[in-house]
Design a protein around this ligand. Structure first.
Ligand code: LLP
Length: 436
């Protein structure tokens, strides 16, 4: 987190709290999240899109994509910063509702929302349901027919632009499960429009995650605008949702675009496209997740075993920690790169190239693939792994019967648990073969 600094002895302080104090109170591994940074990023992103939209004669709404990290505290933080929240399952919806969220400010996604999930969303008064297929439209038709509810609906389309990490491709990425191909969309919109109780508000598209640069978003917006314009023949299309996906820095090699530049680049592409077509600029919405919480998180681990393994011309130092792929699956799943620091003290000795690994029975259980750490790192030291605020806790597991760590929020020198950790009893309780 941006609040991270070190005291005179080199101990890391996050959100005004010493990591040693955090670990004495809560153990390791420990997921720490800086509340001030989440709030600051949320409000900065909202302000950037609102300013860009205002400059181009429209409005913007920012939904926090809850899949990146979801609990009732986060929902309350981002909502109090003026954001809406996007959920993608019935479970995520219940968290948002349990947080006391105004249901009218929620968006509900997913490519296979069940009848029960859709019923719950309609009953709760969810603001927008983003439908993904013809079958979902018919499920909703039955629900609103029975309940006489009125439900706003967007249609997720696949713009054919697929952007991930540092580049984007604008061809042949229709072959994936999300959204409706652009050419199939008019028939689905016509069907939504003929159902009493459903109100079609606009198109939705999301091109990927951890995207750098603005080109992919602009290309996607241009493609979706052609469809948006065509749909105006059948009625008003007041909104357009361009999804999330803004990349963050995990290591020094990552250089994301400042959010103001991104916002201006994306919004101007829509506004220019509308002007060229002679149509009104729709109200815009966006759904960032990672860029709000990613850099606000840090995971603390205790160093366990250390060994040097001889390579052909060098050696590699393996530093094992007391967590790993069960609390952060991203390196194993995506080859994601992270950075680590010695957190409990400054450290001495020439930096050594290390690989930080977890405690799981799997060789792909890597926490940080390569990192220079002080040569005197020993058993019992604390390591901090940065930028673990997004998609770590949500993808966590109990692989090898490892309990999931708690999540502690820090802010202004205070720390409090926002998600309890598990213990072994929690895990063993599920085993139906244990007599009690
Ligand atoms: N909107 C929709 C419809 C999405 O599918 C996603 C992410 C987002 C918004 C938020 O994207 P963000 O701003 O967080 O990039 N588990 C992967 C990321 C999966 C993203 C899924 N959808 C990872 O750890 O990298």
């Amino acid at each position: 987190p941006a609040s991270a600094r070190r005291d005179a002895d080199g101990e890391l302080i996050v959100g005004g709290v010493r990591v040693g104090d955090l670990v004495r109170a809560h153990g390791t591994p420990l997921q720490v999240i800086d509340e001030g940074e989440v709030r600051g990023r949320a409000s900065a992103i909202r302000a950037a899109f609102e300013a860009a939209a205002a400059a181009h004669g429209t409005s913007a709404r920012v939904y926090y994509a809850g899949k990146a990290l979801l609990n009732t505290s986060i929902v309350r933080w981002v909502m109090s910063e003026g954001l809406s929240v996007d959920v993608c399952t019935g479970g995520e919806l219940e968290v948002a509702l349990a947080a006391g969220a105004d249901a009218g400010l929620l968006g509900f996604h997913g490519n296979n929302k069940s009848v029960a999930e859709l019923e719950r969303a309609v009953d709760a008064g969810v603001g927008t349901i983003v439908v993904d297929s013809a079958i979902e439209i018919e499920r909703l038709a039955v629900i609103v027919g029975r309940t006489h509810a009125r439900q706003r609906v967007m249609l997720r389309v696949n713009s054919g632009v697929h952007a991930e990490t540092h580049d984007f491709l604008a061809t042949a990425h229709e072959d994936q499960k999300f959204g409706t191909p652009l050419d199939a969309a008019p028939a689905l919109v016509a069907r939504i429009r003929e159902i009493d109780g459903l109100e079609f508000t606009g198109l939705h598209c999301h091109i990927g995650s951890q995207i750098f640069g603005v080109a992919g978003f602009r290309e996607s917006a241009a493609r979706v605008l052609d469809l948006h314009e065509a749909l105006l023949e059948g009625g008003d299309v007041p909104q357009l949702n361009l999804g999330g996906g803004f990349g963050i820095a995990y290591t020094r090699a990552d250089t994301p675009e400042p959010i103001e530049r991104l916002a201006e680049g994306i919004v101007s592409a829509v506004a220019d496209g509308c002007r060229a077509r002679g149509i009104r600029v729709p109200a815009l919405s966006f759904e960032p997740g990672r860029s709000i919480v990613g850099n606000a998180g840090v995971t603390l681990y205790e160093v366990g075993t250390i060994k040097d393994v001889a390579l052909e011309n060098a050696s590699r130092r393996y530093v094992s920690v007391d967590g790993g792929m069960s609390d952060n699956a991203r390196p194993a799943l995506y080859g994601a790169q992270y950075s680590a620091r010695l957190a409990s003290r400054a450290g001495l000795g020439d930096p050594v190239l290390v690989r930080v690994v977890g405690k799981h029975c799997e060789s792909g259980d890597i926490v940080v693939d390569h990192e220079y750490l002080p040569g005197d790192v020993i058993e019992g030291d604390l390591l901090a792994v940065a930028a673990t605020g997004a998609y770590c806790a949500p993808l966590s597991s109990n692989y090898n019967h490892v309990p999931r760590p708690p999540i502690v929020a820090v802010d202004g020198g205070r720390a409090r648990i926002i998600v309890h950790g598990e213990n072994l009893d929690d895990l063993l309780r599920r085993d139906a073969g244990i007599e009690r």
